[in-house]
Design a protein around this ligand. Structure first.
Ligand code: FES
Length: 163
């Protein structure tokens, strides 16, 4: 399992880069999720990180499950996050969610069969001034309308984005 070993080396390298510090757990986990190839955190990595940082595995899991951006199970290439916090909520986040559900044929927590999108609801990610907002991967989109949403989703389907 040379590939698995290479990946573990990468996990170690990321931990070292963040000083093997508990204070950097979120950043470490984000980087690990980005290199996982499954947009999620494999169990053996979580165990490895917990041991390296001298934390109980359950504590690491409680952090991971608190933040919607982390996943325990393989997810689509793009995480589609629909903000449900106050400002987005009053600006039509519910309608945005419904439109995306229809467009992708997904409910929150589900992944498209082609493995491209996973839909989740998330808390405020700081784009309240352009509410209602969504995030796809690292990109934020706001002031959403039905037309705009269709264009955005189609642009990902047509492969206009690489990350
Ligand atoms: S409330 Fe939605 S991004 Fe802040």
């Amino acid at each position: 399992m040379a590939r698995g070993r290479a990946k573990m080396e990468k996990v170690k390298e990321i931990l070292n880069r963040y000083g093997n510090s508990k204070d950097n757990l979120i950043q470490v986990m984000l980087e690990l999720q980005n290199i996982s190839g499954t947009n999620s955190l494999p169990h053996d990595w979580v165990v490895f990180v917990a041991e390296a940082l001298d934390m109980p595995v359950s504590r690491v899991y409680s952090v991971i499950t608190f933040y919607s951006m982390f996943g325990n199970e393989p997810r689509g290439k793009y995480l589609v996050e629909v903000c449900k916090s106050g400002p987005c909520h009053v600006s039509g986040a519910k309608t945005v969610l419904q439109l995306i559900e229809e467009k992708l044929g997904l409910k929150p927590g589900e992944t498209t069969e082609d493995g491209v999108f996973t839909l989740i609801q998330s808390s405020c990610f700081g784009a309240c001034d352009i509410a209602p907002a969504i995030k796809i991967g690292e990109k934020v989109y706001g002031n959403l309308t039905a037309e705009k949403l269709t264009e955005i989703v189609d642009s990902y389907r047509e492969g206009q984005h690489n990350g």
